[in-house]
Design a protein around this ligand. Structure first.
Ligand SMILES: [Zn+2]
Ligand SMILES: [Zn+2]
Ligand SMILES: [Zn+2]
Length: 929
């Protein structure tokens, strides 16, 4: 088209101040400021509330208030933002109240380290104050980082697990469990971290490889075996056990056999050893026994009640039965220490054996075991094995590498140790069954989540809810000063909750017991009226699982929520504790839908870790490319699986972003003089090509809205990118250029195209606003004003469907489809002509179509539109000889119009414009076509 400036100025070339260069890292902070100063989030909610919109509640899982955000937390928050914004624009009242998990061990350990020796001299409340400050500091840091991603929400009023109102609700929920008699205190083995000095929940355990000693130890039988098995009369007999935890031997109280399996008495070097028949060959090989003779065989149950002597302690070890005894490894005779193992505990309880635990909080032997008193258990291992080797009790020692529980926090191996703890029973009042029923009623995305969490709830032991730390919500339990009987129940919980609501949980450490128990409380056992406080805090998973209390406390919220979405490790963590608390305290699941997303890997598919040096800081990506690129990434991946990120991926995202931005820019440029109120062309007057592109757009709109509805974001992006690249850039916008640039400004030809471009522009910005929140907002400011246009794209709603596209007008779709198919063939021929230097610009061409009889009439009918569709100067149609369409390309006849570069026979017919074709001459007169 025209290149002389004065002629060029007569064209309607695109004009827009929407910049080609994104400069996201500068522009985004400006937009954030505008949103915050204009209180955009609050305005959106107020508008939806005023319009009486139904609520949609996504409840935020609270990140831990420690450290900076990383790609995983960034992904999580951005996905939440997609959901909340898309539901809001779909016409819901969709608040988003972010929260933080503030209590717990990681912060307490940091503060301990900071305070060092000072801590001992400080009152508990002063230490807790330091913890509070620490949490507060990281809440500030993370809040800024999350905000920077463009996530809209109640950032000025988040929920914090350390808020007094929150703490009070936690105790009220605990009260509900007391009410049903599900809370009990028991001495039971729990995972115990000796370096953190606390009990740990299942969710706080990580399994890692560890090397442990592997030892065979013999226990001399003291019962008279000959009375039962005559073949053994008068023989010296031993039971052989195998263990990887020598330090638990001082606590050995029993040896377990499987009641059904067959055991043998095997003769080795004159002595007799009792072990499982199936394991005899393995053990014989291991211990170098030459072909042991079997003197007797019997079922395990025949051994019940017999006794052996402990190998180095003055005590007998009882033979007991256990169904859990396997023949996978060891000897089939299982060393049993009820204070140090789950099955051991159950067996001990069943046989009335003492739950003996001679190990203290630091993991050191107590004076009850004089030989090893003061030694830490892992240090004691070599001493114990050396002693047993010396006295001939230990038959073989090697090492074994196995998967062993470690502390999630300090990464050290944990031990199993029986302590007095508070538990929530899963079975006393059917909590487990009710929880599994609730699981069945939840929609799990992806669907395997259901089996996973159901399996975890089905198999989990009772919930150990007490921790021996101070940075948390105290368990409101007392002891009678007179008789020592415990005092803890629903009434006490609720009373202390009311104190916490007013004063925060520091009250537990500030007030006397007398000022914390409900007035008039007497000990149920002895009638005593004086009590002492206990000092246990609640498991932080109970606290964060209680976050659903926010749904009760926030205006406009409802319990249960519509959706929870977190990483797939939360089936064991937050989803699990939230569900149990919901079922226990509120009667059901706190979420209707539960979605999990994957973890973040590097471009090679490796987990990001400090030691690999492949960790990507979202702040760095934002500085380099903008938060929009992080958002685009989150939308592009299949978040249900583990997701990769790296430099190459970032570069591809930047390119995709450019495509979207440039298309919006082109559309904006073409509607700069379009006043929708005045210039919009009514549907019956639209040109078919414009009608067709709106039809394609409608298909995309439907797909997008449906995808958002089902929490899918990559189909949104792909549908829009497809429309922009295939339908718009490579076809429609190319074809429509001549009409938009060269027709008279106000002509129907031009307004029809502008109508289509305006609708696509406006609707695509609305549809993409939940994902590309910054760019949609930036472009929105350049969209021509119209009646009802919101000043922020985020106040808008998704466009509705256009019935006329679905209803009538199907013939134009078929017509366009046929024309586009012809066009594709013509473009190929034009390309050949260009390569043969027959033509340069396609407007220098004329095309002759030699149509088979079937197509002839159709092409004749549409002849007038073909030049524009092919972007050539002339098209003629004649009947061809064969069944295929023949295409001939020649040089256009006539003269080239200086303005539109079309070749026509009428150039110069208007003496006022000797170098223009008639159309152009008339267009500049403003007469229109
Ligand atoms: Zn630890
Ligand atoms: Zn009492
Ligand atoms: Zn012209």
């Amino acid at each position: 088209m025209a290149d002389k400036p004065d002629v060029k100025s007569t064209l309607n070339l695109p004009r827009t101040s929407f910049a080609m260069k994104a400069s996201l890292s500068q522009r985004e902070p400006e937009l954030l400021r505008t949103w915050e100063e204009g209180r955009l989030y609050e305005r959106i909610l107020a508008k939806r509330a005023a319009d009486g919109r139904p609520p949609f509640i996504l409840h935020d899982g609270p990140p831990y208030a420690n450290g900076h955000i990383h790609m995983g937390t960034a992904l999580n928050k951005v996905l939440k933002d997609f959901i909340v914004k898309s539901r809001s624009m779909r016409g819901h009242f969709a608040p988003y109240v972010p929260g933080w998990d503030c209590h717990g061990l990681p912060i307490e350990i940091h503060v301990d380290r900071q305070l060092g020796e000072k801590k001992a001299a400080m009152p508990v409340t002063a230490v807790r104050e330091e913890c509070r400050k620490y949490a507060q500091r990281f809440i500030g840091i993370q809040r800024d980082e999350f905000r920077r991603l463009g996530v809209l929400g109640a950032w000025d009023a988040p929920y914090l697990t350390m808020h007094p109102a929150y703490e009070a609700k936690v105790l009220e929920y605990l009260g509900a469990f007391f009410e049903r008699g599900e809370v009990y205190k028991g001495k039971r083995p729990v995972h115990w971290c000796i370096s953190c000095r606390t009990a740990l929940a299942e969710a706080e355990i990580e399994y890692r490889d560890k090397t442990s000693p592997s030892i065979y130890v013999r226990f001399p039988v003291v019962s008279d075996l000959g009375a039962k098995f005559p073949a053994l009369a008068g023989r010296r007999a031993f039971v052989l056990i195998w263990t990887t935890t020598p330090w638990t031997l001082p606590a050995n109280m029993a040896i377990a056999f499987h009641p059904e399996h067959e055991y043998v008495a095997a003769e080795v070097g004159g002595d007799v050893y009792i072990l499982a028949r199936r394991l005899l060959p393995v053990v014989a090989e291991e211990l170098g026994w030459p072909a042991p003779a079997v003197l007797a065989a019997f079922a395990g149950r025949e051994l019940e009640g017999l006794k052996a002597r402990h190998p180095f302690i003055d005590r007998d070890s009882l033979f007991v039965l256990g169904d859990y005894v396997t023949l996978e490894d060891g000897t089939g005779a299982v060393h049993t220490a009820p204070g140090h193992g789950h099955d051991d505990y159950l067996t001990g309880a069943a046989y009335g054996i003492d739950i003996y635990t001679p190990v203290d909080d630091d993991g050191r032997f107590t004076p009850e075991v004089p030989r090893y008193a003061g030694l830490q258990v892992f240090e004691a291992n070599p001493r114990i094995t050396a002693d047993m080797t010396a006295d001939g009790t230990l038959l073989k020692e090697t090492e074994i590498a196995h998967s062993y529980p470690h502390c999630w926090r300090c990464k050290k191996p944990v031990i199993f140790r029986a302590t007095e703890q508070w538990f929530i029973s899963l079975d006393r009042s059917g909590l487990r069954g009710r929880a599994r029923e609730a699981i069945a009623g939840v929609s799990w995305i992806p669907s395997w989540g259901r089996d996973r969490i159901d399996g975890m709830v089905a198999g989990r032991p009772d919930w150990c809810i007490s921790r021996q730390r101070t940075w948390g919500v105290p368990i409101p339990a007392f002891k009678c000063r007179a008789c020592g009987a415990p005092l803890a129940d629903a009434g006490v919980c609720r009373h202390v909750a009311s104190v916490f609501a007013a004063e925060g949980s520091d009250a537990w450490f500030v007030r006397d017991a007398a000022a914390l128990v409900p007035e008039g409380t007497a000990c149920a056992a002895c009638g005593g009226r004086e009590f002492d406080k206990e000092f246990n805090i609640l498991d932080v998973w109970f606290e964060s699982g209680a976050s659903q209390n926010v749904l009760e406390r926030e205006a406009g919220h409802l319990w249960p929520s519509d959706v929870y979405i977190e990483g797939h490790d939360q089936h064991r963590g937050w989803f699990n504790s939230s569900l149990l608390i919901g079922v226990g305290a509120k009667g059901g699941s706190p979420y209707r839908t539960c979605i999990t997303h994957g973890f973040i890997l590097d471009e090679q598919g490796r987990a990001m870790s400090k030691s690999l040096g492949n960790v990507i800081d979202p702040a760095e990506v934002i500085r380099r490319s903008g938060a929009e690129i992080v958002r685009l990434w989150a939308a592009m991946l299949n978040y249900k699986e583990d997701a990769r990120f790296g430099k190459e991926i970032e570069q591809r995202l930047v390119e995709a972003y450019r495509k979207l931005r440039n298309t919006w820019r082109f559309l904006l440029g073409n509607v700069s003089d379009f006043d929708p109120g005045r210039d919009m062309v009514a549907e019956p007057d639209l040109l078919d090509l414009d009608r067709w592109v709106l039809y394609r757009h409608e298909e995309v709109r439907r797909r997008v809205v449906q995808a958002y509805e089902s929490y899918e974001f990559h189909p949104v992006l792909h549908a829009v990118l497809d429309l922009f690249t295939v339908d718009l850039s490579a076809f429609y916008l190319d074809v429509v250029k001549d009409r938009a640039y060269c027709s008279a400004k106000g002509s129907r030809l031009r307004r029809s195209a502008q109508t289509a471009m305006f609708i696509i522009l406006r609707d695509s910005l609305l549809l993409m606003a939940p994902i590309l929140s910054f760019t949609a907002e930036e472009a929105w400011a350049h969209v021509p004003a119209y009646d009802g246009k919101e000043d922020s794209v985020h106040l808008g709603e998704f466009p509705g469907g256009r019935d006329w596209l679905a209803g009538r007008g199907r013939p134009f779709i078929e017509r366009m489809r046929r024309l586009v198919a012809v066009r594709d063939k013509v473009l190929k021929e034009l390309e050949k002509a260009r390569e043969a230097k027959l033509i340069g610009n396609s407007l220098e061409a004329r095309v002759t179509l030699r149509a088979p009889a079937d197509d002839l009439a159709f092409l004749e009918e549409n002849k007038s539109e073909l030049p524009a569709l092919f972007i050539v100067s002339a098209v003629s149609v004649e009947q061809g000889p064969g069944p295929d369409l023949g295409i001939a390309v020649g040089r256009a006849e006539g003269e080239k119009c200086e303005r539109c570069w079309n070749y026509t026979a009428d150039v110069g017919r208007d003496p006022a414009r000797p170098t223009f074709c008639v159309r152009c001459a008339e267009a500049v007169k403003g007469e229109g076509a």
